[in-house]
Design a binder for this molecule. Structure first.
Ligand code: GDP
Length: 479
């Protein structure tokens, strides 16, 4: 951001000419009406014996960004991160448990594996990390928040049950995210198991096994007896090789929160997955609206570790508060920046809450739109910071529709809420949803003038929950 010399002089309560002189001494030729960039302004301010204070709320955030961009280093191969999906009762949890029980290197005898949200295993073909929450919801919400964590989806299909609705959902989620699938045909220990039926049914979803000339690896296994599980791990390593997954191996870490809680004794605890660099004890980090200095790191055995590198999940102690799952974290060089960014984000979030409380009209609109037609309808306009969020939200919200209620996304897009969005909302009585974006001044005028229902969110679950609540309140049923 630039500032004119005259404006700067005014802020410093100095004569414009004196600032021009000081700039001249620094080798910067500028007249009083010319603009100088932010860095130059800071330099000259300090040159003049003042302390430069950041005025713009977004400054710390952009400093953080620059900081992240400055972290560069050699890329090296990194382990794959795997999410397990599939229909209920097809054996997702059993498979995760079997792998954890038999493959997590506990280090010493008697080591007890703990649920920290993810774990990694060491095989002779390399390391693999598993996200511990099976299913689509976690995957979608992470993705909607812009966090692309999962490299490979393992789709569990019970050989005695075949392709079921959530199997198909799993295929769709993986496809939408552009993440390759490996099919684990489970429960082959059962006499009713019919793996070829599963393969045939998957053809209907365009998931074609290699033996049929397709490109999807399918592994027959039993999460109960462990038969075939090693083959699955091999298949994952093979797929990872094809993907050529890489990350910056050294330097300041960045990553994503996958789970968090408040522990009575230990305070805020967050499990993070490192995506770049090395996270180490003593590092300063900003994590969502929280910040802190890493007091200790624990692996999935509850054992302290000095550092964690790319794709490795680790529990972090030392944060100022509990971050949200899906929040990203960035290691910064000092506490000042960490604190500044965290506090700014917190202030932003508070504002968001206020707006949420102010607007309560979604209910009215829903009821109104249903008059005469029998089916209630809720028109929405979704604006978000990234395309992935727009898509995930549109999908998730329209997916809430049923016979009685239709969630209708009439407009969507990437970027802040503009006047034309507000106009559309006003004319079609739509609720505006801003996901990590805000309304500009001209949009706010239209919104206020027309009483448009505007809601800000930063967590996909909150959006879904709120729409669900409203819908079930009107219908008197759960949706
Ligand atoms: P999820 O809902 O997909 O997580 O499924 P679970 O892992 O909870 O498994 C559902 C049921 O299937 C449980 O009773 C498991 O014991 C059982 N199960 C899971 N895998 C196998 C398997 O390979 N063989 C047999 N016989 N039962 C299994």
């Amino acid at each position: 951001e630039a500032i004119t010399v005259a404006d700067l002089a005014q802020k410093l309560a100095m004569k414009g000419g004196d600032v021009v002189k000081a700039l001249f001494k620094m080798g910067v030729m500028a007249t009083i009406t010319q603009s100088i960039d932010h860095d130059t302004a800071v330099l000259v301010t300090e040159e003049l014996g003042h302390t430069a204070v950041r005025a713009d709320a977004d400054d710390a955030e952009s400093e953080l960004l620059a900081h992240v961009e400055n972290v560069q280093g050699d890329k090296a191969a990194r382990p794959p991160v795997v999410t397990i999906m599939g229909h209920v009762d097809h054996g997702k949890t059993s498979l995760l448990d079997y792998i954890r029980r038999t493959k997590v290197a506990t280090g010493e005898a008697g080591g007890i594996t703990q649920h920290i949200g993810a774990y990694h295993v060491e095989t002779d073909k390399g390391v693999i990390s598993f996200l511990d929450t099976p299913g689509h919801a976690a995957f979608t919400s992470m993705r909607a928040r812009g966090a692309k964590l999962t490299d490979i989806v393992v789709l569990v299909v019970a050989a005695d049950d075949g392709v079921m609705p959530q199997t198909i959902e799993g295929v769709q989620h993986a496809r939408a995210a552009g993440v390759p699938l490996i099919v684990a045909i489970n429960k082959i220990d059962k006499s009713e198991a019919d793996p070829s039926r599963v393969k045939n049914e998957l053809l209907g979803q365009d998931v074609v096994a290699e033996e049929f000339g397709g490109d999807t690896q399918m592994v027959e296994l039993s999460a109960k007896t462990g038969q075939g599980v090693d083959n699955l791990l091999d298949a994952i390593s093979l797929q990872a090789e094809v993907l050529e997954l890489q990350a910056v191996a050294e330097g300041r870490a960045t990553g994503v929160v996958i789970e968090s809680s408040l522990d009575k004794g230990r305070g805020p605890v967050a499990t993070v997955l490192v995506q770049q660099g090395q996270l180490g004890k003593g590092d300063y980090l900003v994590c969502g609206v929280q910040y802190g200095r890493v007091r200790a790191l624990f692996d999935e055995n509850g054992k302290q570790v000095p550092t964690a590198g790319p794709s490795i999940p680790v529990q972090v102690l030392g944060l100022s508060g509990v971050p949200d799952a899906g929040d990203d974290f960035v290691v910064v060089e000092d506490e000042r920046l960490a604190k500044e960014v965290a506090q700014q984000r917190d202030a932003k979030r508070r504002e968001t809450r206020l707006v949420n409380q102010a607007g309560n009209r979604m209910e009215d609109i829903m009821a109104q739109m249903g008059e005469g037609t029998g089916q209630l309808s809720l028109p929405l306009i979704i604006k978000a910071d990234v395309q992935g969020s727009v898509q995930a939200l549109t999908q998730a919200l329209t997916g809430l529709s049923n016979d009685q209620i239709r969630i209708n996304v009439i407009g969507s897009g990437v970027g802040g809420i503009t006047e034309s969005d507000a106009q559309l909302a006003a004319t079609s009585k739509a609720t505006l949803i801003g996901f990590n974006v805000r309304a500009d001044a001209s949009a706010r005028k239209v919104i206020e003038g027309n009483g448009v229902d505007l809601r800000y969110f930063s967590i996909i679950y909150d959006v879904i929950d709120q729409v669900k609540q409203v819908a079930s309140g009107i219908l008197g049923v759960e949706i």
